[in-house]
Design a protein around this ligand. Sequence first.
Ligand code: MSP
Length: 519
Amino acid sequence: MNKITVKKKLYITTPIFYPNGFLHLGHAYTLTIADVIARFKIINGIEVVLQTGSDEHGEKILKSSLANGLDVKSFVNNNVNKFKILWDKLGIIDNYYFMRTSYDSHEEKVKSIFKELFDNGDIYRGKYNGLYCISCEEYYNNKESLNNKCNSCFFDLTIISEDCYFLKVEKYRRKLIEIYKKREISVIPNSSLNELFESFLNKEMPDLCITRKKMNWGIQVPNDSDSTIYVWFDALCNYLTSVHGEQSFSHNDWEIIHIIGKDIKRFHLVYWPIILIALKKRMPDKVISHGWILSFGAKMSKSKGNSIDPVFLIDNYESDVLRSYFCSKISIYNDGDFSEEKLLDFYNSFFVKKLGNLFSRIHSMLEKYFNLEIPFEQSPFNSKNVEDLKTFFYVNFLDKEINLYRENMDSFSLTKAFENVELIISETNRIISLFSPWSLSKENDIKLLSELMVLLPNSLKIISFIIWPFSPKTSKIILSNLNFKISEINFSNLLDFSTMKGRNMKILKYHVFERKFIS
Ligand code: MSP
């Protein structure tokens, strides 16, 4: 048994997003991955807290607010409201927690973390002379740059020479190496761990500058009104300053997973664990870094002008389609090029031709032969003796695919898990053609016909249950058509055919199952 199945509570986080404008499709991707994993844990009976939020301080946000002619507080408030609208449209679980770094409680806790580390000698006063990227809010004292331009956003770097505070990093390098060697934190994918050793842990690491001078949009350093805590230090602490953060980082019965994009690995794999070690806190269990959504071959960003609006896509295609596309077509560890044409293709091939078609075949057969009532009483499932099931091999196949799906989801191989769903759909379609219920009705083979008419709606139950993490709305619609609530189903009763007793299907018109063209 692995850690995932043992721990009964999960604290899963996304990075907190900069509220300096609209969020693009890449941001929606990060949150979707976290939500899909959260939902999978929920259907495994795990208590889940999903935390996301906004990273509101710093020079970048201040400059954007000025450029927009707004005071910084109104500017971030407006943008944070837009985040919440997007999360809602994207179908994120209702009870997620939204952390804002401008909350008083966060600010107070960050100050006290800073003070604790300063009093312990892990933070000390010094001077920073070097380069800084305002757009990424990143110091360049331990990073190479080409022509004084940022490696990530390609904007010009700024020269900074100011008194500041440093966090001791090199002091904890050996301890960090030990943590990673013992797999106390699992880094997923494993290649990120090798990179981490090559780029950082195998050589001396400069201490990190963690304050800015005369930058008043941020949290003040305790007892030093001229200095402001560096946004990344402020932001990383958000994982700890929420009520659930405090609880889970103090108790080992919580599993802690951080979902991040690959561009922010250094902060999460080097500095964050060092802050935790210095605070004598436990480590997160897993840090999962995903690739980028590319648009026209490049990382999507506002400055490059290639960003895609997720709200437009959701309004045109439904959130389930976008979420499922992310999980089915983009392997989370690689970059994935996005285009509306690809989304449309996926929509028509999965939702219309595969799932929609299967649904309507089963629905119309049940209507024709049993007036939409599931014939449980007439079927062999009614007796204890089901060894003579003609569909025994198919039931075995379902069992095997469900187990593979679980394994794949547990190891975050979302594309593979989605393939398991697709295999179940195609095999179910094959079974319909193989047994051709229309000829059974003519031959008067009512026993086999009723067997199929219990089995096939039950397969719809299975499919809707396992697509719930990817496509919660579609799942709910199919399940309610079968008079099921998601809470009545679990992995132990997926192949319990007695759950079909007394059920019927309703007439359903669901727009996502209808063919779509680019409008
Ligand atoms: N505020 C910091 C995170 C602090 S967490 C303590 C930040 N914010 S961000 O708004 O720039 O990015 C938030 C997340 O979105 C990051 O994980 C980043 O990798 C992700 N993405 C931004 N563009 C992306 C794509 N084009 N594709 C996929 N994810 C991308 O960094």
